[in-house]
Design a protein around this ligand. Structure first.
Ligand code: NI
Length: 170
């Protein structure tokens, strides 16, 4: 198993925009494989490269958490082309351990990206899968789900995190 450490909120790389991938080389393929293993081990349903310290536009999603290989999605340079509807559901993040809040997301999206073979893929996603894509693409833009909450809620959470950082518990 090649499990990578998952960075937490506050780490600089998570708060900036990730760079597009122009060349799918061996290092990218290996990174994707390590991300899948890290996501499964966590366990989580999605991971973005900045969460493992790499500022590149690569995401992995698997709603089955390793139980069904056909559910695994690895997408390079993902772009959300269309959004429709709205759904509010509790959301968490591996980089925000112990924190979950209701977040509004589109109920349906159309996402475009490139797979590891360099082929363009367009995926229509609903519900939790749409939410997972939005959450991971946010990471590539230096955003967290708490950035989508009200100012008041976000600041309460930020203060809680700061307190934990000071106490060495984060
Ligand atoms: Ni996350």
């Amino acid at each position: 198993m090649k499990v990578l450490p998952i960075l937490k909120y506050g780490n600089e790389i998570l708060h900036r925009k990730a760079e597009p991938i122009n060349n799918i080389n061996e290092a990218i393929v290996e990174l994707a494989q390590k991300m899948v293993q890290t996501m499964h081990a966590a366990p989580g349903i999605g991971l973005a490269a900045p969460q493992v310290g790499v500022g590149k536009r690569l995401i992995t999603i698997d709603l089955s958490v390793g139980k069904d290989p056909s559910k695994l999605i690895i997408l390079i340079n993902p772009e959300i082309l269309e959004e429709e509807g709205e759904e509010i559901l509790e959301e968490g993040c591996l980089s925000l351990p112990g924190i979950s809040e209701n977040v509004a997301r589109p109920s349906k999206i159309l996402v475009k990206g490139i797979d590891l073979d360099g082929k363009e893929r367009k995926i229509e996603a609903f519900g939790i899968l749409a939410r997972a894509f939005c959450h991971e693409v946010d990471h590539l833009n230096g955003k967290f789900f708490i950035d989508r909450l009200s100012y008041l809620k976000r600041n309460l959470i930020k203060r809680k995190i700061l307190k934990q950082i000071k106490e060495g518990k984060w």
